[in-house]
Design a protein around this ligand. Structure first.
Ligand code: ADP
Ligand code: MG
Length: 337
């Protein structure tokens, strides 16, 4: 049997049990956006890592090195945001072909450093090796959080409302614009920017982590179609997603109309949005959203409900529907990547 037949998530499911037993008290491993380790004075450490492979996660001549450096850190910070934490330290490991231009390396480090400085992340180490052809980038982040505030994927409850903190599909559309060599104009540029320099929702994550009515949280990296299933698995619940309620930026609406793209498919399944996906106690939602709107000058987007079933159901203007393509899986067929 091949990996493509089981997919990325079944692979992780098979890998996890061997390493999830006998963990020390207060240590949580595989299954959430970060591992959790006890720290000091009511604090926990969060640890996360992500790998970016040339021709899988990026195409060298379609992203400038500064953007790639920035993005390599941003996607990792997003996993810290997903739990509600604050990043502290980074480790950066690089596999680089020996004929790589030094200017490229400088640009990459400049982009990485720019975001590290902005978010006060200190680079403490890493590793550098030669690779044959491709650029390989691995980042590890250590963050911290008050233990009582940690938000997990496993704590969604039937009846919760499902919300996200940002527009969906813009990054996937930016990638599509790049690959299709669309002209860069006022409509395509904002999409491209979302793809090249995603903003980790650290402020939002920290604020939401302090709110009791927020039950479960994660970041949107593979598209909500895939990501909501991670919450379902970990929480033992189902979900209804209202496709007509997915938040879509004006730029994406315009570009999709011009080029005849399926905007709902992009919004639900194209991935790399790096906003937060959360479930909220129904009774606390109104008040939470009012306070959130004051804090961030934009509201939460309510896109679905948690159910007591184990299935994911899509509705379009209250009518059952199906999604033509599913979210990103590294070993299965991919959308827009
Ligand atoms: P994310 O997209 O937030 O980085 P994933 O969905 O990729 O998270 O991973 C789910 C969980 O599986 C995480 O807890 C991650 O640490 C774990 N995981 C993924 N790949 C491996 C691996 N090769 N070895 C151990 N744990 C892994
Ligand atoms: Mg994540």
């Amino acid at each position: 049997m091949k990996l493509s037949e089981i997919g990325e998530f079944e692979f992780i499911r098979r890998l996890a049990p061997r390493f999830s037993q006998n963990l020390p008290k207060n240590v949580e491993g595989i299954g959430d956006d970060c591992a959790i380790l006890p720290y000091k004075d009511g604090l926990s450490l969060l640890v996360t890592t992500d790998l970016l492979n040339e021709n899988i996660h990026f195409i060298r001549d379609k992203i400038n090195p500064g953007d790639l450096g920035y993005k390599s850190l941003a996607v990792n910070l997003s996993d810290i945001a997903a739990m509600g934490g604050s990043p502290l330290y980074a480790f950066l490991s690089l596999g680089l072909p020996s004929d790589l231009n030094l200017e490229w390396c400088e640009g990459f480090l400049e982009g990485f450093h720019q975001l590290a400085k902005q978010e006060k992340v200190l680079l403490l180490g890493g590793d550098t090796t030669r690779s044959i052809n491709d650029i390989i980038i691995n980042v590890v982040i250590i963050g911290e959080i008050e233990t009582t505030k940690i938000k997990r994927r496993s704590t969604a409850k039937p009846g919760d409302l499902i919300c996200c903190t940002g527009y969906l599909g813009s990054s996937g559309a930016g990638l599509k614009a790049l690959l299709d060599r669309l002209p860069l104009d006022n409509e395509t540029l904002p999409l491209l920017r979302e793809h090249l320099r995603p903003r980790p929702h650290l402020e939002e994550g920290r604020w939401l982590a302090s709110q009791k009515s927020v039950h479960a949280m994660m970041d949107v990296s593979d598209g909500i179609d895939s990501d909501i299933q991670r919450i379902m698995e970990q929480s033992g619940c189902g979900a209804i997603i209202h496709l007509d309620r997915l938040p879509i930026s004006q730029s994406l609406l315009h570009v999709a109309e011009t080029y005849g793209w399926n905007v709902l498919e992009l919004a639900a399944a194209s991935g790399e949005d790096y906003c937060l996906l959360l479930t909220v106690d129904r009774d606390g939602y109104e008040q939470l959203n009012q306070r959130y709107s004051k804090q961030f000058t934009t509201s939460l987007f309510q896109i679905g409900e948690v159910t007591a079933t184990s299935s994911l159901q899509y509705l379009y203007h209250s009518k059952p529907t199906v999604l033509p393509k599913s979210g990103f899986d590294h070993f299965k067929k991919k959308l827009a990547h």
